[in-house]
Design a protein around this ligand. Structure first.
Ligand code: UDP
Length: 249
């Protein structure tokens, strides 16, 4: 049975990093496709406006709390999630599985600008033993190219497909196509390929530790401020829900 915390109608898995990795191992052993999503405050808020996105998240197989805001919201609602589990960190733990399991794993990288996935692949295979990158494709394709790309993914024999199209595009893409994909895991990874390729950087550890990755991102990408206003909106909405539950009738 899945252990989840309901946050504004979305079941976030009650996991820390080790538990999430165990679940991933279980998915790899099971002969069917699984969708992993990594909701942060922005995605949680977008899902309040977009019912289709909410349904997609609800149908995911693993939803990790990728954001200090999601953990804070769980506290406000009285069902505290143990820790933030960043999608990027989970991806890196997946790359470490071959050393742990003494078994190679194969991945296909889909997304980011042309050339980025290949650069990420070169860095990954350099750093992690037993990780085979069996295919790459950029994320700027037309809908009529999709079936060819899916054939390419399936022909590669990848066990894991990382989809880096940004949110909510990647969640919608995975949901629409996962039943045609033979991989055991499809995971939305946002800007992770850019980081793995060395084209963008992650917030320094201080920001990560103190739940301030959003502040670093705001400083690096100030044009995102409008989207990032969803963070306070998400917390305010969670407070409203909490207060409406505690108010005497
Ligand atoms: N991207 C893509 N196709 C698109 C739009 C975006 O491949 O049609 C890629 C973009 O190049 C970047 C990633 O998706 O590598 C989005 O990164 P971002 O950090 O904006 O995503 P978030 O983590 O905010 O979802």
């Amino acid at each position: 049975m899945r252990d989840t915390v309901n946050i504004l109608g979305i079941p976030i898995d009650n996991v820390n990093m080790d538990k999430a990795v165990d679940i991933v191992k279980g998915f790899l052993a099971e002969d069917r496709v699984h969708a992993i999503y990594t909701p942060n405050s922005e995605i949680m808020m977008e899902a309040q406006r977009d019912q289709n996105l909410k349904e997609i998240l609800c149908e995911g197989d693993l939803l990790i709390p990728d954001g200090a805001g999601v953990v804070l919201a769980s506290k406000i609602l009285g069902h505290k999630l143990p820790e933030r589990v960043a999608g990027f960190d989970l991806v890196c733990r997946i790359f470490e599985l071959p050393s742990e399991l003494k078994e190679d794993i194969s991945l296909f990288l889909l997304g980011a600008k042309p050339g980025v996935a290949e650069e990420a692949a070169a860095n990954i295979i350099n750093k992690y033993k037993g990780v085979n990158i069996v295919g790459c494709h950029h994320g700027y394709f037309q809908e009529d190219e999709e079936s060819k790309i899916i054939d390419q993914i399936n022909a590669s024999g990848a066990q894991i497909l990382l989809v880096a199209l940004g949110a909510p595009k990647q969640e919608k893409w995975i949901h629409k196509n996962k039943d045609k994909i033979k991989a055991r895991i499809c995971m939305g990874v946002g800007g992770s390929l850019d980081i793995l390729a060395g084209r963008s950087t992650r917030a320094p550890e201080f920001y990560q530790k103190h739940g301030l990755e959003w502040l670093y991102r705001l400083y690096k990408e100030p044009w995102r401020y409008k989207r990032m206003l969803d963070l306070p909106r998400f917390i305010m909405l969670t407070l409203k829900v909490r207060l409406s539950k505690t108010r005497p009738s």
